[in-house]
Design a protein around this ligand. Structure first.
Ligand SMILES: *[C@@H]1O[C@H](CO)[C@@H](O)[C@H](O)[C@H]1NC(C)=O
Ligand SMILES: *[C@@H]1O[C@H](CO)[C@@H](O)[C@H](O)[C@H]1NC(C)=O
Length: 169
């Protein structure tokens, strides 16, 4: 008895020592859940709340063809098409009688399928009735993935105060 409890204590001490000497969290991080990379192509419907301004987005993500198409319906507002290319160019346009069109250039193109790689695992939380694994990336994105299906349920972007509830089809 004494032997085994000492052994257990030693084992514990060894583990503590290992944890203490491990170079920060990397060695331990291997045990944490990792965000599931996005499929290369998918269709998703997102409910977006941008500081209280609501919209519904039909998202067509197409990594092999380097494009990301958002069809954005603003609540009581216009239907806006947002076609983003991997070279950083985005075209925003409407197909109503106004036929608006403008292009914007971004430094980075569309999100890579593994854009969440290296995110910090924060634990589990229930969102919209789904138990989710939660990660944080570069201090402004919180990403919630359903534990069972591994599909994204919710994201929060803090810089733009943009909060997205996302359901993959
Ligand atoms: C949208 O977000 C605002 C906070 O910015 C919140 O007060 C409001 O309840 C949210 N609306 C919905 C429908 O989630
Ligand atoms: C980026 O690619 C799109 C689609 O091929 C093209 O229309 C656009 O002009 C390109 N932008 C630049 C800056 O080359």
């Amino acid at each position: 008895m004494v032997y085994s409890s000492t052994y257990a204590l030693l084992l514990l001490l060894t583990q503590l020592a290992a944890a203490a000497t491990a170079t920060s969290s990397e060695a331990v991080a291997a045990d944490y859940p990792k965000p599931t990379p996005w499929p290369l192509q998918f269709h998703s419907i997102l409910f977006v709340n941008y500081s209280g301004s609501l919209s519904l987005i039909d998202l067509w993500y197409d990594w092999p063809n380097g494009r990301n198409f958002n069809i954005i319906q603003h609540q009581l507002g216009k239907l806006l098409y947002d076609l983003e290319w991997s070279n950083g160019t985005s075209f925003y346009y409407t197909l109503d009688s106004n036929k608006e069109c403008r292009s914007v250039h971004f430094e980075v193109g569309i999100l890579r399928p593994n854009w969440l790689e290296g995110a910090e695992y924060l634990g589990q939380e229930t969102v919209d009735g789904f138990l989710c694994n939660v990660w944080q990336k570069v201090d402004f994105i919180w990403y919630y993935e359903d534990v069972v299906t591994k599909r994204p349920v919710h994201w929060v972007f803090y810089t733009g105060k943009l909060s997205i509830s996302n359901e993959l089809e």
